[in-house]
Structures are given as structure tokens and as C-alpha cells.
Design a protein around this ligand. Structure first.
Ligand code: SAM
Length: 284
């Protein structure tokens, strides 16, 4: 009877972010298939786990997959891990998972960290319906087509990006989608974790002043419904400003975010913010 392939999520920074079940599976598996055995060895030694390791990465060829499939077919259990987060999510895994399914082996997810979900949940942007679009392609033509295709998406967008390309990606986003609400999670769960909430232009301004370092996940808010008319009751605008401030936006970003969202002149939104601040001071 075929064995089991466990898809094990591992921390994206903080080593405490691993489930009890993941630790047990890693301890009990016959073999751990790791994207980079040196990275996974650090995690295993932290938890005093001594299961044998083999490498399984994006360049693993048919032979490697066949030898792993052979182990599954004789009943062994394999644990698949990537360097960080959930295998198969912009990480290796798909070919091995397909091979296991082809063998009728059990394929069992061991859920846990995923940078996309961590960044989305902390962004304050709608998480009910979102499109995960992974890394934007690098070749110029593909890149253009990729960003153009995002215009069609009515949902929140989740992107991965390397630090050296974050500025260029933000520039493409503003060019193709306009100045939408944007959040980024940088170095999530690590010592210098930063969660920015504002707009694409606000993020550009911030990151132009301080060149991006570390790992970034970008969350872009959905387009505002087309043809939306300005609210007749200005308290709606103030409520939207308050929500943005509560979510950690600076005053400047809150004004930008709300004027984009409600399609109102920035000057009007700014005036309402000043009014709110004056009222709050009086009530102190
Ligand atoms: N499979 C992984 C997951 O489930 O999160 C993602 C792997 S993908 C190769 C790596 C990308 O994930 C990074 O370039 C970055 O965009 C994002 N990422 C990984 N760790 C992160 C972190 N701690 N903070 C923010 N983004 C992170």
C-alpha cells in the first residue's frame, strides 16, 4: 500500500511559528524532502529532530521524483518542506505532489505559516475575496502583460516581490491600476517586522527615501466600484478617515487612501481631517 506525502508548512521567520503536528510529522517521517537542506537543518536542530533529509527543489528532475515516488510506493512517509512557509505556494512541490496523487498515495497538508496570508490578514484590506498572483515576471514584455491583466481583477491582490524589484513593481502598479490602497508586510514575524498601510504612492514615497530591504509581500486593495458618486453625507468620509487612522495609516496616507477610495478631491478630505482633529482636541 502506498505511503503518505505530508506537505508541511514551516516558519517564515520566527521559529516558534510551527505547529505541534508539523513537529510530530517531521520527527516521524521516513524522509524529509527539503528545498535547501542547510536551511531545514537549522529548523530541525532547533527542535532536536534527526529525520534523514534529502533535497527537492525547483530544478529536481524526473529521476529524483521517481526515486521519491518509489519510496512512497513501498509505503514510506515523506515530509515535503520549503525554505519558509507553505510548499507549493511560489515554492517547489507541485511535481512531487502530482506524482504522489498519481500513485494513489495519501497527500496530507499540515497547514501553517504562509507569507501571503499573514500579510493579507494584517493589511486591513478586504480578505473575503482575493487573488494571489505570486511574483511578477521579470522579462519586460511578460511583466507589462502581467500588470495589464491585473486590471481585470475585481478583488484584493496579493503579490510576492524581491526587495530589489519592489520600487519598480509599485511604479507598475500605479501606472496600470492607479493609486490604490496598498499595504505591505516586510520581514513578517522577524525582528524588524514592518506593516505599512496606505496607498501605492505613499509606499513609493516611503521606500524611495529608504531603499527596500528584507522580504516583502504586497497587498493591493480592490478597485472602488465604478461610477461611485461622492457621498452626500460627509460623515461617511470622516468615518473612512477614522478607519484608515485606526488601521495605522499616517494622516497623510489616510487622506490619500480615502480620496482615492471615494474619488474625492484630496483638499476636501484634508479639510475634513483637520476638522476631525480640531473636534478631538476640544473633547480632550
Ligand atoms: N511558500 C512561501 C510562503 O508560503 O509564504 C513563499 C515562498 S516565496 C519563494 C518567497 C517570497 O515570500 C518572498 O520573496 C516574499 O515576497 C514572501 N515572504 C517570505 N517570507 C516573508 C516574510 N517574512 N515577510 C514578508 N514576505 C515574505
Amino acid at each position: 500500500m502506498p505511503g503518505t506525502l505530508y506537505i508541511v508548512s514551516t516558519p517564515i521567520g520566527n521559529l516558534e511559528d510551527i505547529t505541534l503536528r508539523a513537529l510530530r510529522v517531521l520527527r516521524e517521517a521516513d524522509l524529509i524532502c527539503a528545498e535547501d537542506t542547510r536551511v531545514t537543518r537549522k529548523l530541525l536542530s532547533h527542535y532536536d529532530i534527526h529525520t534523514p533529509l534529502t533535497s527537492y527543489h525547483e530544478h529536481s528532475r524526473g529521476e529524483k521524483i521517481e526515486s521519491l515516488a518509489e519510496r512512497l510506493s513501498v509505503g514510506q512517509s515523506l515530509a515535503l518542506v520549503s525554505d519558509a512557509g507553505t510548499p507549493g505556494i511560489s515554492d517547489p512541490g507541485q511535481a512531487l505532489i502530482a506524482a504522489a496523487i498519481g500513485l494513489d498515495a495519501a497527500v496530507v497538508p499540515i497547514p501553517g505559516p504562509c507569507a501571503a496570508i499573514a500579510a493579507l490578514t494584517a493589511s486591513g484590506l478586504p480578505g473575503g475575496r482575493f487573488a494571489f498572483v505570486g511574483f511578477p515576471p521579470r522579462p519586460k514584455g511578460d511583466r507589462r502583460a502581467f500588470f495589464e491583466s491585473l486590471r481585470e481583477e475585481p478583488f484584493t491582490l496579493v503579490l510576492y516581490e524581491a526587495p530589489g524589484r519592489v520600487l519598480s513593481t509599485l511604479e507598475e502598479l500605479i501606472r496600470t491600476l492607479g493609486d490604490r490602497p496598498l499595504s505591505y508586510g516586510r520581514e513578517l514575524t522577524k525582528q524588524f517586522e514592518e506593516i505599512y498601510r496606505g496607498t501605492v504612492s505613499g509606499a513609493l514615497e516611503r521606500l524611495r527615501a529608504r531603499p527596500p530591504r528584507g522580504e516583502f509581500t504586497l497587498i493591493v486593495g480592490p478597485p472602488s466600484p465604478s461610477g461611485q458618486t461622492p457621498p452626500s453625507d460627509l460623515s461617511d468620509v470622516q468615518q473612512a478617515l477614522q478607519n484608515a487612522l485606526d488601521q495605522g495609516a499616517t494622516a497623510r496616507d489616510a487622506v490619500q487612501q480615502v480620496s482615492t477610495l471615494l474619488k474625492l478631491p484630496r483638499r476636501l478630505v484634508y479639510r475634513l481631517l483637520l476638522e476631525m482633529q480640531r473636534r478631538a482636541e476640544k473633547n480632550l
